[in-house]
Design a protein around this ligand. Structure first.
Ligand SMILES: NC(=O)c1ccc[n+]([C@@H]2O[C@H](COP(=O)([O-])OP(=O)(O)OC[C@H]3O[C@@H](n4cnc5c(N)ncnc54)[C@H](OP(=O)(O)O)[C@@H]3O)[C@@H](O)[C@H]2O)c1
Length: 347
């Protein structure tokens, strides 16, 4: 793909020349959260036990503004236990996605990394927009050798309707289309009860993230080729109320309904309009941000592998629950079996 190679060089150039560089790079201020109060709340939640999900326990927001997850001591895995790293994750048995053009907004994040690695391993072309040049450089370093010339990392503000529409349009123009979207946008927020939140919290932890998801979905769905899938990534907090993190629960619940409406609107359509929209509902995830993680958690690469299967197969699904490693393996086996059976029928 000669055109792609030139394009890749353009994007990867240090000065990001051309159209992409002209885009406004903006890092939205995260909702104001006090680190100490958050840590105290994590301890209180974990100590409270039963009703607090493991996902809820991974609370944190780093002072630089990016949402972060922390693993409380009480969930620490035994030190001697072998923990698979992202690099040693099982990326075998993936379907061949050569030629698939995949957009991963939020791909620079903890879950996004696994998604990006897995789609690259499956042979797809992967476009990852990020709002900051610094994140771009860091992410290239994180990926290291996995950052092949099929990875297209660009600086682009995709958090507004106009920005997301520009991104989708540029992807169609430059990559020739959009086959799949995986959206692990946004992270965790905690620190205040609903009665304590202020408008900045609401704007940052709820509205900014919900708006970004809506902007990307409305921009991409009509432009998707019809051969892939749109996978929204959310957490268990969408259905489990988490005291002190209500804005996350409210935002994630809104995303689940966004998925259901989009799926209902595509129902019964054919060809290009047959858009498969699915929500991947995660429990706590083993990522680069939790040094070891718990062996029973789903890994970021398993999340990627499920999204890859959704892209490769024809399965329709509303919500795939990936609450832990075993659950994710089950879902993966089911999707693989369904794809294999479809292929056998087609032969
Ligand atoms: N990590 C877990 O254990 C876990 C568990 C359950 C569910 N989830 C779900 O998985 C998704 C991704 O989580 P994550 O842990 O990967 O988060 P993360 O590490 O904070 O990454 C999220 C990415 O979203 C992008 N983003 C766009 N707008 C944002 C905004 N306003 N605020 C913050 N980030 C923004 C950022 O990309 P750029 O800055 O590069 O643009 C960032 O890299 C979320 O929906 C989360 O609920 C995660």
């Amino acid at each position: 793909m000669a055109v792609m190679a030139g394009w890749t060089r353009l994007w990867h150039g240090p000065s990001l020349p051309g159209w992409w560089a002209a885009q406004r790079v903006e890092s939205r201020p995260a909702a104001r959260v006090r680190r100490d109060a958050r840590a105290d709340r994590v301890r209180a939640l974990v100590a409270g036990g039963a009703t607090v999900t493991a996902a809820a326990a991974q609370v944190g927001v780093d002072p630089s503004g990016a949402y972060r997850y922390l693993r409380p001591e009480s969930r620490a895995a035994p030190e001697e236990e072998h923990m698979p790293t992202l690099e040693s994750g099982d990326l075998t048995g993936l379907p061949d996605l050569s030629g698939h053009r995949v957009l991963v907004p939020g791909g620079t994040g903890a879950v996004g990394e696994g998604v990006v690695r897995t789609f690259l391993a499956a042979g797809a072309d992967v476009l990852v927009p990020t709002r900051s040049p610094q994140r771009l450089a860091e992410f290239r370093e994180v990926l290291s050798d996995a950052a092949t010339d099929r990875l297209h990392l660009v600086v682009h503000d995709y958090t507004t309707f106009a920005g997301a529409a520009d991104l989708a349009e540029q992807m169609v123009t430059r990559l020739g289309g959009i086959d799949d979207v995986v959206a692990p946008i946004g992270g965790w927020w905690a620190g205040r009860t609903l009665a304590e939140i202020d408008e900045a919290d609401w704007q940052g932890a709820f509205l900014a993230l919900a708006t970004t998801h809506m902007a990307v979905l409305r921009a991409c769905l009509p432009r998707m080729s019809g051969r892939g899938a749109y996978s929204l990534v959310v957490g268990d907090s969408a259905t489990t109320p988490v005291p002190g993190s209500g804005l996350v629960s409210i935002e994630q619940a809104a995303l689940l309904m966004m998925q259901r409406v989009a799926a209902a609107e595509a129902d019964g359509r054919t060809g290009r309009d047959r858009r498969r929209v699915v929500a991947l509902v995660l429990g706590p995830v083993r990522t680069r941000q939790v040094e070891s993680g718990d062996a029973s958690w789903v890994s970021a690469e398993q999340v990627g592998a499920v999204a890859v299967e959704m892209a490769a197969g024809a399965a329709s699904a509303d919500q795939l629950h990936l609450g832990g490693r075993d659950k994710a393996d089950e879902v993966l086996s089911r999707l693989r079996a369904s794809r294999t059976a479809d292929a056998a029928v087609a032969r």
